[in-house]
Design a binder for this molecule. Structure first.
Ligand code: DLL
Length: 433
């Protein structure tokens, strides 16, 4: 089923006209109502009237994650604050998260985006969606929730974690559609096997998985072990959370809702736009968002755009499944972590040296694990197990409360971590995704 055939199957030239109209409106509103954009555009001497064609978008300056942090919390607000209905923030950041601000209009647009995604994978109002993305500030839970409601389906807001309950509800409530991270899907499959739950006897037939990198190989494993079709769904807090793009039942690239989001691919080094088919950094402009529109946002996600005659009938452009990131952001069990955040915590913890290694792995249970090896300074290094244990626990708790991740902490003797003469290899990512 196509949720909005008019929008999703529109002839490309007609859609381009619509995009231009919406882009011009968005840029005018942003310039008029948001000092952040006015200043940026004035600095490069661009006025809203300069946007006469879609290609003119390249005249606008990029917006970066750092700028979003600098303008926290309301710097991008482009409507009176009283019109904001919902606030979300990115996962796992030290104090300054990236903020998503939604008006009633934006929530409807988000709901429709996520509903279109669910419909792309074959879900209808008759489906029962077990939503295993985390509810709360993270966009995963409520984003899929809004989508399920917009579609008219039944949503079970079970959230992340509590695996025995997931399995019980899957069976008892005749869940047809599972939404969670791909690694949790694999974990569930294993837990089901161990608990003697035969998933092939349940009504489960599809899943929409995203929020972290995954591969074709993982898809094959998930499909085999859960006995379902596994679809890739992409999104980010800054834009709307889940629902920016999704695979249809053809499973050949993710359709972008082009009437809501205008995509570009750029060369991350030069910032120059690249043609369809060439790999680079995805840049997104929201052309239907009112609360806090984003103009030319550098996602740091690497992919390429392509347009094919998709058998599903949709005419929207597609992105290839994500091929990595252009920065050092790690995604640990769906939580975004920058090594610099760990470094800041280490620097603020007495008794530690700034020599560390972060080891990320995905072991037997398919979930990410993170180990932080850090050197203790000479003065604090002690033979007293109690003292070392207290230091270890303090660091573990700080990381949990500030970054939202459970890290294994290994305290190392002074000078035991290999020093490098060039670029030090601080991150060892052993995950074979
Ligand atoms: O992860 C939103 C989301 C929730 C998407 C549920 C899909 C499903 P953030 O926490 O802001 O938002 O993280 C966004 O996660 O820039 C990508 O690097 C990565 N990411 C998201 N979806 C995928 C995917 C949510 N399907 C960041 N494949 C993005 C690979 C993904 N990476």
């Amino acid at each position: 089923m196509i949720f909005n055939p008019t929008a999703e199957c529109m002839p490309v030239p007609e859609r381009k006209e619509l995009q231009l109209k919406k882009l011009r409106e968005t840029v005018s509103r942003a310039y008029k109502n948001c000092g952040f954009y006015k200043n940026k555009m004035d600095r490069v001497g661009v006025k809203p009237e300069d946007i006469q064609t879609l290609e003119d978008i390249s005249k606008l300056p990029f917006t970066t994650k750092d700028e979003l942090r600098e303008t926290y919390p309301y710097g991008l607000l482009s409507v009176p604050l009283s019109e904001i209905r919902e606030v979300h923030t990115s996962s796992g950041t030290t104090g300054i998260p990236v903020v998503g601000l939604y008006t009633e209009h934006d929530l409807r647009m988000w709901g429709e985006s996520a509903a279109r995604c669910l419909a792309m994978t074959g879900a209808t109002k008759d489906d029962i969606i077990q939503n295993g993305y985390g509810y709360g500030l993270f966009t995963g839970g409520l984003g899929i929730h809004h989508g399920g409601r917009t579609l008219g389906a039944t949503v079970i807001p079970i959230s992340a974690g509590n695996t025995p309950r997931h399995l019980q509800m899957l069976r008892d409530f005749k869940t047809t559609t599972l939404t969670c991270t791909p690694s949790y899907a694999l974990y569930l499959a294993e837990a089901a096997r161990e608990a003697g739950v035969d998933l092939s006897e349940t009504a489960l037939c599809r899943g929409l998985f995203g929020a972290e990198p995954w591969s074709e190989n993982m898809r094959i494993q998930i499909e085999k072990r859960l006995g379902i079709k596994a679809y890739d769904i992409y999104g980010l807090t800054e834009i709307i959370g889940p629902g920016v793009a999704c695979e249809c039942t053809e499973q050949h690239g993710l359709h972008i809702h082009e009437d809501f989001f205008y995509p570009e691919i750029i060369d991350p080094k030069t910032g120059k736009a690249l043609p369809e088919g060439e790999k680079g950094e995805l840049v997104l402009t929201t052309i239907d968002k009112t609360g806090a529109p984003l103009l030319r946002y550098r996602t740091k996600d690497i992919t390429y755009l392509f347009r094919d005659a998709c058998a599903c009938g949709r005419t929207t452009v597609k992105i290839h499944r994500l091929m990595g990131r252009n920065d050092d952001m790690l995604i640990i069990r769906g939580v975004n972590v920058f090594p610099s955040q760990i470094e800041e915590i280490l620097a603020a913890t007495e008794g530690l040296q700034p020599h560390y290694q972060i080891i990320v792995d995905r072991t037997g249970n398919h979930l990410d694990s993170i180990e932080l090896r850090v050197e203790v300074d000479e003065a604090s290094f002690s033979d007293e197990t109690k003292e070392m244990e207290a230091l270890r626990r303090r660091l573990q708790e700080t990381i949990k409360s500030k970054l939202g991740i459970n890290a294994k902490i290994t305290l190392m003797e002074p000078k035991s971590i290999e020093r490098s003469t060039g670029k030090s290899q601080r991150i060892i990512d052993k995950r074979k995704i």
